[in-house]
Every structure is written in C-alpha cells, then in structure tokens.
Design a protein around this ligand. Structure first.
Ligand code: SF4
Ligand code: SF4
Ligand code: SF4
Length: 246
C-alpha cells in the first residue's frame, strides 16, 4: 500500500514537472523574441530566410573557407536559427572574394551556387543612417586609433590570412586624411557602381549609395565613427530602400 502511495506521489511530482516543462518550453518556443524574424546579414548567396533556415545543415563549411573570418555561427542569444551562419558587419564584414568561396563550400543549397562572383552577391543595402556623425560631412579628419577595432579583431583569429593583412595595410593609410573610407574600401570590382563621395551642401562630402551596392557591410566595418554612420540593411534591395527617397 505504501508503495502505491509513493508511486502516486512520484507520478504527481513528475507530471507537474512535465506540465511545468511544457509551459516553460512552450514559452521559449512561442516567445515573440525567439519567433521574431531573423534580421541579420547572411553570407553571400543566402536564399530567402525561411528557406535558408530549412536548408542550412549548420556544418560551418562556409566559415571555414572565409579568408577574412567574416562568418560566425549564431548562438542562443541570437534567436531561433541556432548554429546558422551570419555576418556581423560591426566586427568583420564580407569582403566579396572573387570566386565567393563560402558559396562554393556550401553543400546544402542554403547558399545558392548561382552566386558566382562579387556582383552576384545581394546581402542587403548600405544606408547613411547617421549623417550627423559622418566625418566627411563634418569635415573632420580620420582620428588616430581609428583602426584599433580592425586590428584587434584580426589579432584575435587563429590563422591570419594574407588577404586580411592586405586589407589592414590599405586601411591603415587613411589616418589623418579626409574620410572617404566607406567609398575607398568598398571591395567590389566596380565600387563606383555602389558608392561615391559627392559634395554635401555644407561644403564637405558625403557617401552616395547606388544600385550596384551588394550589401557586404565593408563600409559599415571600416566607418571610423563610434557607432558606424553607414550601415547595411540586411536583405533589403536598393529599390526597396531608396525608391521613395530619391
Ligand atoms: S565572399 Fe569571401 S569574405 Fe565574403 S563571406 Fe564569402 S568567403 Fe567571406
Ligand atoms: S557600398 Fe558598402 S555595402 Fe555596398 S558594396 Fe560597397 S562596401 Fe559593400
Ligand atoms: S566611412 Fe563614410 S560614413 Fe563613415 S564617417 Fe567616413 S565618410 Fe562618413
């Protein structure tokens, strides 16, 4: 009889825990935070987000071949696509490699193999989000230490690739000059199709974005202001963002 009571107590205890677990688990699964649409830069060639999440097998092949160490895998703090690759342009953008090796390495179709060259990439669109802080508009020279973030990131990786070193060499030469970094560091073969410094009404200059922008985020990465003045809107096209603004 005592055994039956004990079993009953155990049953009630574990049932309660089970229900609690379901409620908490359900809360996790259905919480607006976890369900919110991913809005991040995906690697070149990424198919639409829903399809991407279904196809990506989280193998990490794309990040292993990236010479700039641009691709990371999401963790719990980054939403429901845990383990999927993304790019944080504030840390290290995509630098649009010639043969787009990340796409070639993808075995699942999550990165579409039709994306064969830099011009085929369409990750988003650059936007001068904070013109008030742009050094070109305020005619402020690029300050000393502007390159600390980029060097720190490069020094944190295990195998620094020669392309990263070349990128830093080019970048370091801008100290003290008028800021044209976003335009001059744009990595695509024809950067003028994407971005150009134009005269600003205040006597300085400002970056103008064109439809050739591939949304690689390099301009955001190299922008020396504390919070990048120019940012990439993930997955947005030039027409979607600019058609009503110009
Ligand atoms: S194109 Fe090059 S830099 Fe950009 S994510 Fe792919 S491998 Fe990295
Ligand atoms: S303008 Fe910026 S986001 Fe667009 S292609 Fe050039 S560097 Fe990349
Ligand atoms: S990188 Fe471009 S957006 Fe950033 S401060 Fe320089 S000119 Fe302005």
């Amino acid at each position: 009889m005592e055994k039956v009571k004990t079993d009953k107590r155990e049953f009630i205890k574990y049932s309660t825990l089970g229900v609690l677990g379901l409620v908490l688990g359900g809360g996790m699964i259905f919480s607006p935070y976890v369900l919110k649409a991913e809005n991040r830069l995906r690697p070149p060639g990424a198919v639409d987000e829903k399809k991407f999440l279904a196809l990506c097998i989280k193998c990490g092949q794309c990040l292993q071949v990236c010479p700039y160490h641009s691709i990371k895998l999401t963790d719990m703090a980054h939403g429901h696509g845990i383990g999927t690759p993304y790019i944080d342009a504030d840390e290290r953008a995509c630098y649009a490699c010639n043969a787009v090796p990340c796409v070639l390495a993808c075995p699942s179709g999550a990165l579409d193999h039709h994306c064969e060259k830099p011009e085929d990439i369409r990750m988003g669109i650059a936007v001068l989000e904070f013109p008030d802080t742009c050094l070109a508009i305020s005619k402020t020279p690029i300050p000393k230490g502007f390159n600390d973030k980029m060097h720190k990131y490069t020094n944190s990786v295990v195998n620094i690739h020669e392309l990263e070193e070349k990128l830093l060499e080019k970048f370091d030469q801008f100290e003290g000059k008028a800021c044209t970094l976003c335009a001059d560091m744009c990595p695509i073969p024809n950067p003028l199709s994407a971005i150009e410094m134009v005269a600003d009404s205040g006597g300085g200059q400002r970056p103008e974005i064109y439809s050739g922008c591939i949304g690689c985020g390099a301009c955001q990465d190299v922008c020396p202001t504390t919070i990048a003045s120019i940012v990439v809107k993930p997955r947005m096209t030039y027409d979607e963002y600019y058609s009503n603004k110009k």
